[in-house]
Design a protein around this ligand. Sequence first.
Ligand code: NAD
Length: 478
Amino acid sequence: MDKQDKGAGMDRRGFLTRTAAAAGAGVILAGGLNKTGAQTAGVGQAVEKLDVINVGIIGVGSQGQLLLASCLKAGQAIPGLRFKAVCDIWKFNRERSVHMLNAYNRSKRYGQVKQFTDYKEMLAQKDQLDLDAVIIATPDWLHAEHAIAAMHAGLHVYCEKEMSNSLEMARRMVLASRKTKKLLQIGRQRRSNPRYINAIDKLVLKHKLLGRVMQGYAQWNRAISQDMGWPAKHAMSKKDLARHGYDTMTRLRNWRWYKRYGGGPVVDLGSHQIDILNWVFGANPKSVIASGGIDYYKHHEWYDNIMCIFEYENPKTREMARAIYQVQTTTRRGGFYEAFTGERGGLVISEYPRAGNWLEKDPYSSDADTWDKWAKLGYIKKVDQSKAKGNAKNAKPTTGITSGPSEMMAKWALPTKLSTLPHQPHLKNFFDTIRGNATLNCPGEFAYQTAVAVLAINEAVKSQKKINFKKKDFEITT
Ligand SMILES: NC(=O)c1ccc[n+]([C@@H]2O[C@H](COP(=O)([O-])OP(=O)(O)OC[C@H]3O[C@@H](n4cnc5c(N)ncnc54)[C@H](O)[C@@H]3O)[C@@H](O)[C@H]2O)c1
């Protein structure tokens, strides 16, 4: 520990308090879908108010590195974070992150980062490292092992989605969070994205801008791609790979496609998007049917193209709605987005503006005045069409609404933009919750419910049967 750290360590411990409410509660209130579909965020774990939070990270592949950037990027850094430990079995990724973090820490006059290949050694040193929290961005099959061990070591956990490729292991993560009273945030970052919160919680659910929502549609399409490679001179030895459960570098790098390590593209991507369907419909699905196959990448184990239909029942009115979801890995057509149509209009939204977010108003409705009213209140923005080049179809597909087919995407806009990397608000929500200033937007307890629906897609493809969910399928009682 250098001087800076010592001083900061004393400060942060001096500052440490437990909030009375949380300490008194000492229990987890079940997170769930409330009537608006927003997460009730009822984790009642004890929270600590820390001015400095010491963090370790396990798994620094592409997502781990993006999460680090999301925490530390100049101009949007989350205040008071110190990365003290990095764990990754692959030296190539580990050293890249250590190099980046040490440069950052030097610029702030913090101490050096300690690196590990074995997460157990990192957790064994959590007291020397003075760790408070750990970020987990390893392949899905390891999330439960890593998250459960970290919570039992007394650390709060931010764990990437999907919670696990096994529902039983996801369930055990929730039980560990309950038992240890440690925070468990799952990395479905749209739950903290102000554009999604504004569009879904405020416009669709609270103000019913679309009227009753009748259909959902979401897709994540990707172009044909080669397997991920690696620099030959940085390949891990067969022995080291085997020690960590991988038989080849190909499998370490392309774990998503193999049943032992992940749930395939539909779990990887559907984890985010089925969650959005649940959010808008304010419920977990009633059933799913799906069709998919290993159509193109014959050397993989998981389906490369999948189409499915979810049925939703409004918990209050019993009215039905349906949603189509598809993941195609042999075309990038349309990219990735979620769309909803209702009696009075529609919403199309995506994490990245390039996919286009716009609200679509029913051309035959007489809602123009109503929508003007929303614009006056600042909930949506009226776009000046005189500035759009050519006809409205050519207007930039950033954040527009239509009032009819001839005015596609040009008249109305969602006002809320994200000014940070997309993961930053979700990570900030996690660290704010540790400090006692927020509640988790996607606690494990809540994320589990989406995992049930997401993992069922593969089952529906395999069995060629409709899967009907029961209420108790989404609950964890023991
Ligand atoms: N929230 C999002 O938008 C988002 C986006 C991409 C990925 N993810 C999730 O992030 C996680 C990682 O995905 P990725 O794309 O970065 O994969 P990746 O393969 O690029 O990175 C995984 C890293 O984990 C390391 N690793 C493997 N086994 C390990 C072990 N036993 N101990 C320590 N390190 C180990 C690998 O060496 C690698 O560096 C996955 O769960 C994925 O679903 C989330």
